[in-house]
Design a protein around this ligand. Structure first.
Ligand SMILES: [Zn+2]
Length: 206
């Protein structure tokens, strides 16, 4: 967690800022060379002077990998990472025009712009209100699990496991209660996270 946008990632020399809407335009990415395989570039969005999100785009053959943090309503930052396939159609003047294939499950629309919420997806996916219900649950479960980790003085992150032991000053009974509560939260958060990851793996076609 963290460290993103802290300086090292701005490899393309300029830090682009787009007001208000978080969107990725493939024409801009292509003209700036961000689709060239092997390149990693970064991009930040701000609203009224404060950063509302930033993203790292790594290009490989046939897809780009999005790596970013998102936050809603000033809540905790969430790390996100998943691939978006790039399709190309021939231009009548020669060459090929690139498109995103929307990464949302069951969509795969060929589009020129992806819009960011917790995930980047095409306009129609966002218009259908598609992702929010499940992702809000996932975020909430992860936040609750992390809050318990904090009370247990364990390092943050549900992937860090639960074998960190009892803080010296904590009563055994309290510790047991917090651990069992934590394990429930962790199972819920991991389950929802897996659902979410599987959705993207499925889109990737492997
Ligand atoms: Zn879509």
């Amino acid at each position: 967690m963290g460290g993103f946008g802290s300086g090292n990632h701005w490899r393309c020399g300029t830090r682009n800022t787009v007001d208000d809407m978080k969107e990725l335009r493939i024409a801009k990415l292509a003209s700036d060379g961000w689709l060239d395989s092997g390149r990693t570039c970064s991009y930040a969005w701000s609203r009224t002077g404060s950063t509302i999100g930033d993203i790292q785009v790594s290009a490989a053959a046939g897809h780009i990998l999005l790596n970013y943090r998102s936050r809603d309503n000033g809540g905790a930052w969430q790390d996100q990472c998943y691939p978006v396939q790039i399709d190309r159609t021939p231009c009548h003047l020669g060459g090929a025009r690139p498109w995103f294939l929307c990464p949302a499950r069951g969509c795969g629309n060929r589009v020129a712009v992806l819009y960011g919420g917790a995930i980047f997806a095409c306009r129609s996916c966002h218009g259908l209100g598609y992702p929010s219900e499940n992702e809000n649950r996932r975020d909430r479960a992860t936040r609750r699990a992390d809050k318990l980790r904090d009370r247990l003085e364990w390092p943050p992150g549900i992937f860090e496991g639960s074998g960190w032991g009892r803080p010296k000053h904590m009563h055994h009974a309290t510790y047991q209660r917090l651990v069992s509560e934590y394990e429930e939260r962790e199972a819920e958060a991991l389950g929802l996270t897996m659902d979410w990851l599987l959705r993207f793996n499925k889109c990737r076609g492997d």
